[in-house]
Design a binder for this molecule. Structure first.
Ligand code: ZN
Length: 231
């Protein structure tokens, strides 16, 4: 057995495992590990094998793409995702970008799983940039508290952070949470502009703007780790 590298017209390099045990014909098949196996008769020249591959390139590159999908199917597939407080099913189809339908869920481009994940992370971050920052601005106006800056964070250890010099940062993963949770985190962080510590005066200020402190904390305790499912 040896490895054969075949370059397609598109410039893709396809690797095949070559064995020479076929009696007469050339046999190409996909094994259960997603490897392409080319079995040729013992005396067939490499040149003839390449000629056969080039004559059958359309069919053969289709099998190769199937094999790639089979390999990536073993990386955990994204089946469900939190977005704005709902769990949506993810499905794949032939599309060039991500679509969100409130009833049907999320439709992702039919790509290998790791590419889908990256695309999904970027999409969620874009949504977070729009929605989370808008909520923060909204509460900043209502509470009459203006941070130095408003930005997203990719921290793994907090949902929000407030510093007098650098302003407020919200974890982009909060885009998975329901509105009352997002609002609570905004109010909480804005509250720190007035009261740096979690004393009675701080909680009284928070309570003036939301009655959802307890449910919001509960939601994050129960579902927070799910918001990290994409890393
Ligand atoms: Zn705090």
């Amino acid at each position: 057995m040896s490895i054969l590298k075949y370059k397609t017209n598109n410039g893709e390099v396809i690797e095949l495992i070559l064995s020479r045990t076929a009696r007469k014909n050339i046999i190409l098949r996909l094994d259960k590990n997603g490897e392409l196996k080319l079995n040729v008769p013992p005396c067939l020249s490499l040149q003839s094998a390449f000629r056969w591959l080039s004559e059958n390139e359309v069919k053969f590159s289709k099998i190769w793409h199937q094999s790639k999908q089979l390999k990536h199917a073993r990386v955990s597939k994204i089946e469900q995702i939190w977005f704005r407080g709902e769990r949506y099913c993810c499905s794949s189809t032939i599309t060039d970008k991500i679509y969100w339908h409130p009833q049907q869920g999320l439709t992702l481009p039919d790509l290998p799983v790791y590419e889908q994940r990256q695309l999904l992370i970027n999409w969620l971050k874009t949504q977070a940039q729009k929605y989370l920052i808008a909520r923060l601005k909204h509460w900043s106006l209502i509470m009459q508290l203006q941070p130095q800056a408003m930005a997203l964070s990719r921290a793994k250890t907090f949902w929000g952070v407030c510093r007098s010099k650098t302003g407020i940062k919200l974890n982009w993963r909060l885009i998975g949470a329901p509105d009352y949770v997002i609002d609570y985190v905004c109010i909480h962080e804005l509250g720190h502009l007035k009261h740096p510590h979690h004393g009675p005066a701080f909680w009284a200020l928070v309570a003036r703007y939301t009655k959802q402190t307890k449910p919001a904390k509960m939601w994050l305790r129960h579902n927070g780790k799910d918001l990290f499912q994409l890393g």
